[in-house]
Write a protein that binds this ligand. Sequence first.
Ligand code: MF3
Ligand code: CO
Ligand code: CO
Length: 259
Amino acid sequence: MSKILIKTPEQIEGIRKSAQLAGNTLKYISNFVEQGVSTQYLDELIEKYIRDNGAIPAPLNYHGFPKSCCISLNDVICHGIPNEKTILKNGDILNIDVTTILDGYYGDTSTMFTIGDVSEQALRLVEDTEHALYLGIEQVRPGNYFGNIGFMIGRYAKGKKYSVVYEFCGHGVGVEFHEAPQVEHIAARNSGPKMKEGMIFTIEPMINLGKARAVVDEKDGWTARTIDQKLSAQFEHTILITKDGYEILSDVGNYEIFR
Ligand code: MF3
Ligand code: CO
Ligand code: CO
């Protein structure tokens, strides 16, 4: 296993700028997320916004991924591929995941959106998954164990009778797209490596209404769905460990996610 990088002040500043751009891309696209639009259309707007801001969409051609962002609807856990055929409809919930490369530095963040009248159960899943992300973030400080992120998220989700996806994890980020460590979203208390000032990584819990298992589409090799076709939700931020806590590098303030 490769070592967890401690970022230099110069790298931190570069990664902060990239993560802010990724967050601002989500804020920008929130204005276009509505019933009747295709996920392809949203992908094109996202690619243009990122390029107009002097950056590159990291997913494009990443291990052969064909589009500039991931858009994952309903039972899709993650890595949904934007396309012309997928049209947002009343009652959908979706995740848009944006990763930018700005001056060589990576920022990675995702959010859920809801379309029109979603079920009470779906709405609660979305809100609870965002809460789970923040429970994980609150564990971030020098000296704590990475496992306590997953311990807190897992305990909360279990209490709500949800399941936590274990086949995809958060990750170190900044100099590359996916760096060490793997950040587990369900873990034992005080397990894993210790956190140190200057580390940067994502927390990106995927929480399911039904079973935890993910099944990757055989035809496209990417789209990961729940095994029982029940709903899944995810939120993601890029986090810096500071001297006494954390900074959410991809936080750009509030915008409307209920569309
Ligand atoms: N952005 C995703 C993550 O949070 C990774 C997407 S990889 C891609 O780690 F190739 F599907 F874009
Ligand atoms: Co990520
Ligand atoms: Co991401």
